[in-house]
Write a protein that binds this ligand. Sequence first.
Ligand SMILES: NC(=O)c1ccc[n+]([C@@H]2O[C@H](COP(=O)([O-])OP(=O)(O)OC[C@H]3O[C@@H](n4cnc5c(N)ncnc54)[C@H](O)[C@@H]3O)[C@@H](O)[C@H]2O)c1
Length: 346
Amino acid sequence: MRILVTGGCGFIGSALVRRLVRAGTDVLNIDCLTYAGRPENVEDVSGQANYRFLQADICDVEAMNDAFRSFRPDAVMHLAAESHVDRSIDGPAAFIRTNVTGTGVLLEAALAYWRGLEGSARDGFRFLHVSTDEVYGSLAEGAYFREGDAYRPNSPYAASKAGSDHLVRSFGVTYGMPVLITNCGNNYGPFQFPEKLIPLMILNALDGRALPIYGKGDNVRDWIHVDDHVAALIAVLERGRPGQTYLVGARGEQQNLDVVQHLCARLDALIPDSPHAPHWNLVTRVKDRPGHDQRYAIDPTRMEQEIGWAPTMSFADGLEDTIRWYMSRRAWLARVHDRGRLGDGA
Ligand SMILES: NC(=O)c1ccc[n+]([C@@H]2O[C@H](COP(=O)([O-])OP(=O)(O)OC[C@H]3O[C@@H](n4cnc5c(N)ncnc54)[C@H](O)[C@@H]3O)[C@@H](O)[C@H]2O)c1
C-alpha cells in the first residue's frame, strides 16, 4: 500500500506516519512545515526505506500534481491544516487559504490522478479527509453529534474545516471519486504543539507559570488519545464506505476545569517535591474566547458498529502517559515553546 499523507509533521499526522511506516506501508509525507510542523516528530521512522518527505505547500498546484504523478498513491490521508481556533480568530486568512483552497488544490490533483487509473487501482483508490467535530457547532447538555447533523461552525477554524468537508463531499457526489470524511473530537497525546489545552497546561505547570482557563472553565470537550484516533483513521480507510462520514469519539466528555484539576493532581503525585505544588494554585481565569462553543460530544455508534473500531486508552491512563512523555521531553518543549500562546486552547 502506498499512502500520501499531508500534514505528517504535525501532531496527529506524525502519529499516523509513525504507525504506517512501522507497519511497512510506503508513505509520502507532504508538509510545508509551518510553526506547528516539526520534522523531528517523525525522526523515529524518517530513515526507513518506505518513508519519503516532500516539503511543499498543499496550495501549490504544480507540486501537488507532481507528487501524485511520481508517487502514485493507492490512497490519500489529508491532515494538513491550520488547526488552532485562537489563531483563526486573530487571523482567518491563513485558515481559509490552507484549509479551503489547499484542500481544493489537493482534491483537483487527486481527481486528475484518479481519472488516469484503471480497474482495481481506480476502484480501490481512497481520499480520506480528516476533520473535526467543531463543524457541527455547540451542543446543549444531553445532546450528541451524529453523522448527518446540520453544519453550524462558529469559529473561522470550524468554518474553514466545514468548507473543506463540503468540497470533499462534492468531489464524491459530482465526480464519483471515492472520498471518506472523519470528524473527530479533541485529541491529546505526545508531540502536540503546546498551544492546545493539555500540553500548554503541562508545560506551564512544570515551569511554575499561570494555568490560564477561559471564562468559567465549564466548556465540555470530547477527548480522545491520538493513537486511538489514528487507529480509527486507518480502520476507516480500510473499511469505510466511499461517500460516508464517520464521527470518531471515545465517549470522553470532560469540562476543561476537570481536565486541568486531574492534570494538576497527577503532577502533584509525580513531582511531590516540586516548588510549584500544589499545581492547582497556578490556575488563573482569563477573558473567555469570543464565540466559545459550550459543549462538544460525539455519538460514535457508526464507528463502533459499521467499522468495528473502539478506543483502547482510558482518559486517566492516556493523560498519565502524556504527562510522563512531556516531562521526559523538556528539550522538545523548550524548542517549540516560544512559538506557543496563552489561552486554554481547547
Ligand atoms: N488536534 C485535534 O484535536 C483535532 C481534532 C479533530 C480533527 N483535527 C484535524 O486533524 C488534522 C491534523 O491536526 P493536528 O492537531 O495534527 O494539527 P497540527 O497543527 O499539529 O499539524 C498541522 C500540520 O499541517 C502542516 N501544514 C499546515 N499548512 C500546510 C500547508 N499549506 N501545506 C502543507 N502542510 C501544511 C503543518 O506544518 C503541520 O505539520 C487537521 O486537519 C485538524 O483539523 C484535529
